[in-house]
Design a protein around this ligand. Structure first.
Ligand code: PAF
Length: 278
């Protein structure tokens, strides 16, 4: 892959890169379609990265369907699909990991210790292997995107990081490979995440500034649904991820909720009156 990347770059061509863990859905495909437009060559990777899963997480059952992924990626315009093995990326004796101060100590980082260390390490490795000028990630993983932007800046990777909006099912559920685990009843309960987020956004746009009040309403709504277990609901500064008590500037509201045992995450930007972009 490194040699291919060199060959592509030598005459001045550009590479866009979409790293994934496979089981592709419309969210991934939207990243690929964008990548297709912004560079000469589009590379995607599929690698279920053991280093970002905790000991009690879903690594062994993480959904996989490489055959289907290959045809979806091809149809989305991927030129090179990179499919490394764990042996390729973490050979015996592998001992170097990337850590970051602050951003990982919020939101998902608190309930998934070591998760962002695993994400940063694999993303940095893939950047060095694929050598892209542009790398594209989904905003559904809001904290991941923030951590990767910071890593890219702090470690001087010469790569533009693009974040693209969450793609949703027609009823609002954020697309995720893990949605496959939801039973019919879970699927109904799962709608409460986006319902809460859109209601919160509307309240803030009408002038509500009390973050605690909004979080309390959401918690009550989520707890009223079958088989839900709130991990966190936070309203924070989109750059630092520090909690905001008073929403007097644009903020991000992020949540993680277990629905029937499947951990789902979602987020939305909140704009107090007069702060909307554009
Ligand atoms: O978002 C994901 O699918 C993964 O965290 C990533 C960025 C591919 C790293 O394994």
């Amino acid at each position: 892959m490194q040699q291919r990347a060199e060959q592509i770059r030598r005459p001045g061509k550009t590479i866009a890169f979409v790293p994934t863990m496979g089981y592709l859905h419309e969210g991934h495909l939207s990243l690929m379609k964008h990548g297709r437009k912004v560079a000469d060559c589009l590379v995607a990777s599929i690698f279920v990265n053991p280093a970002q899963f905790g000991p009690n997480e879903d690594l062994s059952v993480y959904p996989r369907n490489p055959e289907r992924d290959m045809s979806l990626a091809e149809n989305a315009g991927v030129d090179i699909l990179f499919l490394p093995t764990a042996q390729d990326l973490y050979p015996e004796g592998f001992e170097t990991y990337i850590i970051q101060e602050n951003l990982p100590d919020h939101l998902c980082g608190l309930s998934r210790p070591g998760h962002f260390r695993g994400v940063m390490t694999i993303v940095a490795k893939l950047f060095n292997i694929v050598k892209p000028q542009v790398a594209i990630f989904g905003e559904k993983d809001f904290q991941q995107l923030a951590v990767i932007r910071k890593m890219t800046k702090d470690l001087n990777f010469d790569i533009r990081i693009t974040g693209l909006p969450t793609v949703r099912e027609s009823d609002g559920l954020a697309m995720s490979s893990r949605n496959k685990f939801l039973s019919q009843n879970d699927r109904k309960s799962a709608l409460v995440l986006y319902e809460c987020l859109t209601k919160a956004r509307a309240r803030v746009s009408r002038g509500e500034t009390d973050a605690g009040e909004i979080i309390k309403t959401c918690e009550t709504a989520i707890n009223s649904k079958n088989d839900t277990d709130v991990d966190y609901i936070r309203i924070c500064d989109p750059e630092t991820l520090n909690d905001l008590q008073t929403i007097d500037k644009p903020a991000v509201m992020a949540m993680a909720v277990k629905v029937g045992g499947t951990r789902l995450i979602d987020n939305i930007l909140l704009f107090p009156p007069g702060t909307e972009p554009g």
